[in-house]
Design a protein around this ligand. Sequence first.
Ligand code: GLV
Ligand code: MN
Ligand code: MN
Length: 409
Amino acid sequence: MTFHSMWAELLPIGRSSASGGYRRFAWTGADADCRAWFRTQAESRGLRYELDRNGNQWAWLGDPAEGDAVVTGSHLDSVPDGGAFDGPLGVVSSFAALDELRARQAEFTRPLAIVNFGDEEGARFGLACVGSRLAAGQLTVEQAHRLTDGDGITLPQAMERAGHDPDTIGPDPERLARIGAFVELHVEQGRALDLSGDQVGIASAIWPHGRWRFDFRGEANHAGTTRLVDRRDPMLSYAETVLAARREAQLAGAVATFGKISVEPNGVNAIPSLVRGWLDSRAADQATLDTVVTGVEKAAREYAEAQGVELDVVRESFTPVVEFEHALRDELARILGKDGESAAGLTVPVLGTGAGHDAGILSGTVPTAMLFVRNPTGVSHSPAEYAAEDDCVAGVTALADVLEGLACR
Ligand code: GLV
Ligand code: MN
Ligand code: MN
């Protein structure tokens, strides 16, 4: 099956006809269809298919028990109304790269696996990279049990309804110990490659990032009869906090976003009793991120107090800075670089990113690297996310070269 036909098969799954974006949320019907697609791809290539305890799918060539395996892959779930490329490009490219290596008659000296990590985006339960975090022991079973979606369904309930046993989730050190290198290919979520004129780049680092929930509690009352001076309106403190987040991020050279909000009672003619907003903030280093979040929280407390509103701030997740392993990164650069074009012999751009990835979660346990494929607009987490087909094909060739360099004689 070609890259093109695999891509075409995945395209309709979980796409909203209203927005044109994807709604492939963990443990839903669309997620099940993506998983079925992965399994078919694995089995049709004679790969050994495995679903691990944490809901991650694996397709093995060779015997994992030999250890020192080379693993590639990404995720198939999406953010609300996400694009087609974030995640699926890495999975489809992995199968296509394996086909390319077989066409090259490459002889594998290390076991190879393709992985689809479950629930990377955290769109449904609020926490990103649940599958890889559970496996790596970065999310405890107790914490996972407390994850709840917007309809009050817990993660274990959702797993159970999807036919997955939630009682077996938890750290999976034996599985991770078999991996000698993990390489994730991903669409770039910025325009660095477009600006440098390159089709493919290598990741250097992932910015530290986290999600904070701000609960502003005021008093519900009539929108028509309550005098302005008598109101305790949490929407006002929330709105001022959104502006503060923008200001703090700008001052620090970081990013901060309130992209999700829930309001109670959510009536047009009622002053809200509760406004709950989620802050996503990221910066190049920890100290800068701390400055931004502390600044936003301080401003929020002042605004809340001025409005007679109560405020609780809860950090829901945090991922420290990830510096990808230099030895593996340099190995990728050596494999992909053209001879002698720079002092270091590197012609493939090496880029940092503000986006989170399963590769970042695994990097604490396993030597990990990433390849980025050019995104001409830089747009991501949107239906407008895009990569040109010849860039995707260049990504497949680069991934095949990397896998051949690492796993073949
Ligand atoms: C995942 O894509 C994230 O960066 O939030
Ligand atoms: Mn994403
Ligand atoms: Mn992704």
